[in-house]
Design a protein around this ligand. Structure first.
Ligand SMILES: [Zn+2]
Length: 221
């Protein structure tokens, strides 16, 4: 089911992975036009300088201006966490989240030729594919978080469905059967399907079908 391989260029169909991609990012009271804008502004605590970065008409211009701002003293310590925060915000957008999840299990690599071996991997002759790929790792981390959230959504639905079927009974998460007192549970099968069992044959057929349809819809998008 999962796409394997790697995406090493954030261009064309994968341009949305780039920090230069146009999208609204709220950060400390301003709405920036890209992750790059917000990240460059975050480098300084001088509000006038931040405003100038905010005002840049392109992400490239924001990046250039970011080289001249008064760097906050803790920048080296906080920059990776700020990047994570901004990338998370970016993928709160439902459509962007879908696109990111559609990359399956592909390894995401911010490749470049300008020797950025911290956020990405440089493929110039000298660097020869070396780099820590922090941005790629952050993107994959946010993708993992989105997938986990989706699964939790499916699980919550199963609980709610259990609630509905066992109306009037408490402790629905463990799905007590009202007639024989047996306990059912929600679980995930090896195929990544969420499934459940109320521990009661009569209720089971119906709930299994219901759960399977609904959960497939949620989990597979
Ligand atoms: Zn290089």
């Amino acid at each position: 089911m999962s796409k394997k391989g790697a995406i090493i260029r954030f261009r064309k169909g994968y341009r949305f992975l780039s920090n230069f991609y146009d999208c609204e990012i709220e950060y400390e009271g301003r709405i920036y036009s890209s992750v790059e804008h917000a990240f460059q502004a975050a480098k300084t605590i001088d509000d006038n300088e931040r405003e100038k970065v905010w005002d840049c008409t392109s992400a490239a211009a924001a990046k250039r201006l970011g080289r001249t701002v008064t760097l906050r003293s803790d920048w080296e310590k906080v920059k990776a966490l700020i990047m994570l925060e901004l990338v998370r915000k970016k993928f709160q957008d439902e459509e962007l989240a879908k696109w990111l999840m559609s990359t399956g299990e592909m390894v995401l690599v911010e490749s470049n030729s300008w020797h950025d071996k911290s956020w990405g991997v440089c493929y110039c002759e000298k660097c020869d594919g070396k780099g820590l790929n922090y941005l790629g790792r952050i993107l994959m981390h946010v993708r993992d978080e989105l997938n986990a959230k989706k699964r939790l959504g499916a699980m919550k639905w199963a609980y709610d469905a259990g609630n509905e079927l066992n109306q009037g009974y408490k402790n629905c998460q463990s799905l007590w059967c009202p007639e024989d007192g047996r306990k059912g549970m929600v679980w995930q099968t090896e195929d990544d399907y969420w499934s459940w069992d109320v521990g009661h044959d009569r209720g089971r057929e119906r709930t299994m079908d219901l759960a399977k349809d609904k959960v497939e819809e949620i989990v597979r998008g």
